[in-house]
Design a protein around this ligand. Structure first.
Ligand code: AHG
Ligand code: MN
Ligand code: MN
Length: 337
């Protein structure tokens, strides 16, 4: 199909008969991400690479692009009237909008995969949309809803192509940015993740810190066709969750960033509200599963905005196996049993 015949994002949203403000909010986010994509493509030419020398609430050093993407999303969405407030991985507090009468709350990781910016590897923006349920003045409590309450979620991947992946609760659809006309066109409809896979994604350098069920699972994958799984596995780790999740949506796989002993008091590295919830919504809508090892991520009641969580998501049968190892505390041979 030629690009002239492809469905444009605004037409796709109109056909879904969703609340008009929600459709417009999704278009606002898409438009902000087109601007971020333009800056990413320019790189050094726009003086956008390198460290900003500042730190964020997560205790991480901010890159110039983290700050650029964050400011762009905040500024371009504060006057639309569609949002009551925003919350960002890069801001300690919630960000009430100028016209705070809007019905929606927007949460985002403005730039996911910060360590990949300077090496020209795929990065992205992840977003999650909630409804503001109380009529009181907006406060952090309004945001503390389980992921199952999301009305829409998605990401924009700045890779060889810029791709928007979106769910509004009825399947997952992908749109590719037509650079010439600065518009997103529908390119993959109703994505379904294969139930089985031979591919896993985890940062193997943390192996000695993992909990036994995770170690058992990975060891069994590594044992390949001569081991209990009786098949050879492949491994990928891009270190941008957007890019790893995108691969899983396209061809299956399992992604893990589990709790580990480096920081035993934190549930994990990834953030529940900006990363795990929107990605879990997409994965489940595409027929996959997402868990913290013990329970479904989308059912977790957040107690704070910047809460972290252990993440295991992807092909359903594989995620169920890992969950079984956790729930029954099956550590296999790695703890000497
Ligand atoms: P961010 O750039 O928003 O801080 O997120 C990075 C996350 C995630 O995208 C990725 O899967 C993970 O951190 C990579 O962590 P390691 O460098 O520990 O592998
Ligand atoms: Mn991130
Ligand atoms: Mn980030």
């Amino acid at each position: 199909m030629t690009s002239q015949l492809m469905t444009k994002l605004p037409d796709f949203l109109n056909a879904r008969q969703m609340d008009a403000d929600l459709g417009l909010l999704i278009l606002d986010i898409a438009s902000s991400c087109i601007s971020i994509s333009d800056a990413v493509r320019k790189g050094a030419l726009a003086n956008i690479l390198g460290s900003a020398g500042t730190g964020n609430v997560q205790g991480e050093t901010q890159q110039k692009l983290d700050i650029f993407a964050n400011e762009l999303l905040l500024k371009s969405n504060e006057n639309t009237g569609r949002l009551a407030a925003m919350a960002s991985e890069e801001n300690e507090e919630i960000y009430p909008t100028q016209i705070s009468s809007g019905n929606y709350l927007l949460l985002f990781d403005p730039l996911d995969g910060s360590s990949n910016i300077d090496v020209n590897v795929s990065i992205g923006t992840i977003f999650s949309i909630l409804e503001k349920k109380s009529s009181d003045q907006v406060c952090e409590q309004d945001f503390l809803q389980p992921g199952s309450e999301q009305v829409a979620a998605g990401y924009v991947l700045y890779g060889p192509q810029t791709i928007l992946v979106l769910t509004t609760g009825s399947g997952v659809n992908m749109f590719t940015l037509d650079q010439e006309n600065q518009q997103f066109l529908l390119t993959n409809e109703n994505i379904q993740i294969p139930k089985d896979t031979k591919e896993f994604a985890i940062n193997m350098s943390n192996m000695r810190h993992w909990a036994p069920p995770v170690g058992r699972y990975v060891n069994e994958c590594l044992a390949g066709s001569t081991g209990i799984r009786k098949k050879d596995f492949n491994m990928r780790w891009i270190a941008s969750m957007v890019a790893d999740v995108h691969r899983i949506l396209i061809r299956g796989g399992v992604f893990m960033y589990p709790w580990d002993q480096r920081e035993p008091n934190k549930p994990g590295k990834l953030r529940l509200m900006y990363e795990a919830n929107p990605m879990s919504f997409l994965i489940e809508q595409a027929g996959g599963s997402s868990t913290n090892g013990k329970s479904r991520i989308l059912t977790i009641q957040p107690s704070q905005l910047h809460e972290r969580v252990s993440v295991i998501l992807g092909s359903e049968n594989e995620v169920n196996l890992i969950m079984n190892y956790h729930n029954n505390n099956l550590s296999g041979e790695i703890d000497g049993k």
